[in-house]
Design a protein around this ligand. Structure first.
Ligand code: SAM
Length: 243
């Protein structure tokens, strides 16, 4: 078990938080073999140039293909199984389902774009020898792919077997079954005039489970009607439909 991840960026310092907390522990236990690389290490001029003006004109700069090509040649030897993941606002949406797919891969290579992005030929050439996923965090534009990769790595690492102490946490959380998670409470029972719902202290596990399911459905209906509409009707019971 375990997964190898290479991240290529002109700002490897962005990834310092990956030493911390559960990702840091996954790295020390070897479940996550994470290696950070400075793209400029694959340049050969004194200025360590990685960008140039866009063909066809327009504002901004584009990342030149040569350093990326060399990086991928070195990180993914011919025939080795790896998937290239390229964050871009023009990509397919990154979802929990994407995280599950990527967590099942033996080797991921993340290419962090900057400026107006990476010369398209890098992706087209890579696709001749490995699967390539262009993924977007959401419908907004960031300065670079680094933060997107931090987000994706958190979502992916949580799903690698052995990373979460209690794998049950994965079963009912938001997006596990196409529903948002129910509200959660802890002690004290009464706080600033707000009480924990009685049912959660009833000890009646059947009724608690039903209440949680109702809350998840109601929340999803009000906040994410798109998720509710996408649910397979076969997963709904009579009580759900009555709600
Ligand atoms: N010109 C590009 C476009 O309109 O599609 C935007 C480039 S953006 C300023 C620079 C880099 O940030 C992108 O190459 C990508 O790596 C990253 N990025 C920006 N927004 C993102 C998003 N929503 N999801 C994933 N990556 C994003």
């Amino acid at each position: 078990t375990g997964i190898r991840v290479d991240v290529v960026s002109i700002f490897p310092e962005y990834f310092a938080p990956l030493e911390l907390s559960l990702i840091g522990r996954a790295r020390t236990t070897g479940v996550l073999d994470l290696r950070l690389h400075d793209l400029r290490g694959w340049t050969h001029d004194v200025h360590r140039t990685v960008d140039d003006t866009p063909y066809g004109g327009g504002p901004g700069m584009v990342m030149r293909p040569e350093p990326w090509g060399q990086a991928l040649d070195e990180l993914v030897p011919q025939g080795a199984p790896a998937r290239l993941v390229v964050p871009t606002p023009a990509g397919a949406p990154f979802t929990q389902a994407t995280a599950y797919e990527l967590a099942a891969e033996p080797h991921l290579v993340f290419a962090c774009g900057r400026y107006e992005g990476i010369d398209q030929r890098v992706l087209d050439h890579a696709a001749e020898r490995m699967p390539v996923s262009e993924v977007s965090l959401g419908d907004y534009v960031l300065f670079g792919g680094e933060v997107a990769v931090l987000v994706m790595l958190e979502a992916i690492t949580r799903l690698i077997p052995g990373v979460l102490g209690n794998a049950d946490s994965l079963a009912d959380e938001s997006h596990a079954h196409g529903l948002l998670e129910t509200p959660v409470y802890t002690k004290p029972q009464s706080w600033r005039g707000h009480d924990v719902p009685d049912i959660l202290r009833s000890g009646d596990h059947g009724r608690i489970a039903r209440w949680r399911r109702d809350q998840a459905l109601l929340r999803t209906a009000s906040r994410r009607p798109d998720l509710l509409a996408a649910l397979d009707p076969a997963t709904l019971d009579k009580r759900d439909l009555a709600l």
